[in-house]
Design a binder for this molecule. Sequence first.
Ligand code: PLP
Length: 388
Amino acid sequence: MRQLPGGGLADLLRAGVPAGTVNLAVGTPAFPDTPKELVDAACAALRSGVHQYQDPAGVPALRERIAAGLPGSPDPATELTVTVGGSEGLCVALLAAVDPGDEVIVLEPFYENFLSAVALAGGRLRPVPLREPDWSPDLTELTAAFGPRTRAIILNSPSNPTGQLLDRLHLEWLADQCRKWDVTVISDEVYAGYVYDGQHCSVADVPGLAERSIVVGSFSKSHAVSGWRLGYLRARPEWTDLLRQIHVATTAGAPAPLQHAAAAVDLFRAERWDPSAAMRERRDSTVEMLREAGFRCAVPAGGCYVMAAIDGLTDEPSHSFVRTLAAETGVLVAPATPFFADPRRGERHVRVAFNRPADTLDTARQRLRAQARRCPGLSHSSQEGEPA
Ligand SMILES: Cc1ncc(COP(=O)(O)O)c(C=O)c1O
C-alpha cells in the first residue's frame, strides 16, 4: 500500500493531551473568536433549506466577496474557485501543476502538509534551507535549486512555521527565476491577514509572477472557522479551468450552507474584519514568554507561530523535549521535526502557536516561570523516554 510522508503533528495529537494542558502545539484557532455574524448566518442558511449541491466552483456571491478582499480585483467568474479549505486548494494546485517525477522547490522549514501534497501529486521535493535568525532565503542556494526538472515552487508568506515574510524584492527576483525555468508558483497565502512588521505582498500583485501563480487562501485561521473547511484558489482563467476540473473530481464543492453564510456577511475586507492588532499583542507576549524561559527566537513578522530554538535549554531532541516540558509544566508546544523533509533537522527547535486568548498565554507564561524557578534549564530533570 502507498504511504504518504508527513502527519507528524497529527500523530502527536493522537497520543492525547492531558486535561489542563495549555496546548500551544497546534494551529487550531482559539483566537480570534469566530464572528457571531458568521454563526448566525450559518444557522440561517441551514434553516432556509440550503442542503444540496451547488456550483462546484463556489457560490457566486461568496466568490464576489472573496474578490472584493483581494488585491488586483480578480474576476470571481473566471479566476476564483472556492475549495474545501486551503488544504484541498493546495492539493488541487499541485495535482494541476505537477507531473509525477517533477521537482517542487519548498523553503524549509515548511508547513508539514506540503510534504504529503507534493507526494500525492507524485512530485519530488527539493527543500532549500532557510536559516536563523530571520529565516529568509539565501538567493544563491535558491538559484542553485532551480533547473530543468523544476516544475513548481511552493511559497508561504507569512510562513508557517517561521512567520517569515517574502517581500516584493524577493518576489520580483523569483519572477525572473520562474520565467527562466518556466516554473509555476503555488503561493500559500492563508496567513495574509496576519502581518505585523512590513506588508504582505501577494504574488498576484507582482507582474511576471502573477500570470504563472496559483494562490491558495483560507478562512480557517483568519476567521477562526477551521472546521468549516472554506478556502479558495486564485489563478488566471486557463489554470482555473483545470483547477475546477480537479476540484470537481476530488470534492465536488465546499459545504454549501457555510458558503452561503460566508457570502451573507461582509467580513472579508480588512476594513470590516482585522484581528491583526490583537494578534500582534499575542505575538509580542509569546516572544517575551519564550525568551524569558530561555528559548531563543526571532520575532515573526507575520502568521500565528514562533519558531524557537531549544539549544540553551536542553540537549534533548525536540520530539522528546516537548513531552518533558508538557509533563513538567503542563504547556505543550510542537516539535519542529514535522516541518523538515529530514526530521532530524528539526530536533533543535519547537513551534509555538499564539492564536490563543490572552489569558491562555498568561497561564503558559506563569507555568514556564514557575518551572524556571524550580529548575533553571526547564527540562534537565527528565530523561528521554519518561512518560509525558
Ligand atoms: C500554511 C498553511 N497552509 C494551509 C493550511 C490549511 O488550512 P485549511 O485547510 O484549514 O484552510 C494551513 C493550516 O494550518 C497552513 O498553516
